[in-house]
Ligand binder design. Structure first.
Ligand code: ATP
Length: 415
């Protein structure tokens, strides 16, 4: 199979090719059957970049991982239940798992796992395009095990579940389906789409941590906005948390952010996703996903700031007034709210705050005020605050003007 070797040789970065050959040789010597599986094989067949290796053996995966680490000077950095281990080498990682067979005690539960054959391991997977294995055996042969016809689905651009109850067994696969479809530019196979729509309610069986994990992985996609738009269309957003919504305006907000040369990072995307929730709904969303505090803050601040936009819709507001309203809000929240606003005073105020005013600082520091004779105490704090406001409003430009102002206020305070 010279063709498949060419695929491996040309499709993987050279250090991964060398590592693959090394582990293949080691497995043969030690009597392990070994397979390249999952995302790396799928991406290899699609000629997409592959950055790490995902291997399965019908023997003891962690034991093979230890042998590989010893032979290469690598380190076994993670060793999970279910017989999986990760070996890290400089700039490279390889996952080695024991082939497994799974059953689901009830929808949403973690599966019960037993060692199994490679065919059982493929049959427990989510979609046909992820359920192939390239056998790594000595010699020129690179046999592809494709019992579920994943290669054909890859060629036809289809995301196809392995069986009708797949989303009931594990509803996280609903989010996975949306991600693969949008990332790869594929389509849900008709039966799979019907099953997905039918089984949306099973998303309720997923714990907050598992649901958050799916949303996080979606945020990490290169174009998460596509996945969110599709998730909205399929009813996945509403089934994950009822008031959640994506809109063309949010897609446009991402496009505007990207075209201004700044990346729409995960926090901003999450804030966009949650932007039209009410404060009580935002609290519900935060607990449904058990969001960590930094993320929860971005969500809370986004909805809270949107509630205060009326105060900013006034062209005559001075920078110091805008600052007083806006400065306490998280940056991602302010950015999100601005991106969603039509042109107008509120948007201008937020943009000016983000680009200029939030950096405004008087030239004089506390020490300078002490040197000018201001005593330690409340007056020092309030003069610093006044200086800041005057700087924001362009009323004091330069160190000398600030000094004169402080001396005048000091005299007034004494008098
Ligand atoms: P990505 O390309 O998004 O990094 P991946 O395809 O490598 O993802 P992982 O989430 O790392 O996917 O999972 C590795 C493999 O494990 C998948 O290719 C899939 O075969 C299988 N898998 C992962 N999650 C599930 C699941 N919920 N149900 C069934 N199989 C799964």
């Amino acid at each position: 199979m010279a063709e498949r070797w060419a695929l491996v040789e040309n499709g993987l970065p050279p250090p991964l090719v060398a590592l693959l050959l090394r582990v293949r040789e080691l497995a043969a010597k030690e009597g392990y059957s070994l397979y390249l599986v999952g995302g790396p094989l799928r991406d290899l067949l699609l000629a997409r970049p592959v950055l790490d290796l995902d291997l399965v053996t019908e023997g003891d995966g962690p034991a093979l991982a230890s042998l590989l680490a010893k032979a290469t000077g690598g380190q076994v950095v993670a060793h999970h239940p279910f017989g999986t281990a990760k070996v890290k080498l400089p700039g490279l990682a390889v996952d080695i798992a024991t082939a497994r067979y799974e059953t689901y005690p009830h929808p949403g539960a973690l599966p019960a796992v037993y060692p199994g054959t490679i065919l059982e391991d493929l049959a427990r997977r989510d979609f046909t395009i992820n359920a192939m294995a390239l056998r790594l055996c000595p010699g020129d042969d690179w046999p592809l095990l494709d019992p579920l016809h994943g290669e054909k689905d890859l060629r036809q651009g289809l995301v196809r579940a392995l069986h009708d109850k797949s989303f009931q067994d594990d509803a996280t696969r609903i989010w996975r389906a949306v991600r693969y479809e949008q990332r790869l530019g594929f389509h849900l196979e008709d039966g799979t789409e019907n099953a997905l729509r039918r089984d949306l309610a099973y998303l309720d069986t997923i714990s907050p941590d598992r649901l958050r994990h799916e949303v996080e992985r979606t945020l990490d996609e290169s174009q998460p906005e596509r996945a969110f738009a599709r998730a909205k269309e399929l009813g996945v957003l509403a089934a994950s948390f009822p008031p959640l919504c994506w809109s063309p305006a949010k897609g446009q907000a991402v496009a505007d952010q990207t075209s201004s040369g700044r990346k729409a990072g995960p926090l901003l995307l999450l804030a966009l996703l949650a932007a039209d929730l009410t404060p009580p709904q935002a609290e519900g969303f935060i607990s449904r996903l058990a969001l960590p505090s930094r993320w929860a803050t971005a969500v809370r601040h986004t909805v809270a700031l949107r509630e205060r936009l009326g105060e900013l819709d006034d062209v005559t507001l001075r920078s110091s007034q805008v600052y007083a309203t806006v400065a306490r809000f998280d940056e991602a929240a302010i950015q999100t709210v601005s991106l969603l606003l039509p042109p107008g005073p509120a948007k201008d105020h937020l943009d000016r705050f983000l680009s200029v005013d939030r950096y405004a600082k008087p030239r004089l520091r506390g020490d300078d005020l002490l040197a000018l004779g201001v005593p330690q105490g409340p007056l020092l704090g309030s003069l610093m605050e006044e200086l800041k406001q005057k700087c924001l409003d362009g009323e004091l430009t330069g160190r000398e003007a600030e000094k004169e102002y402080v001396l005048r206020r000091l005299t007034e305070a004494k008098g």
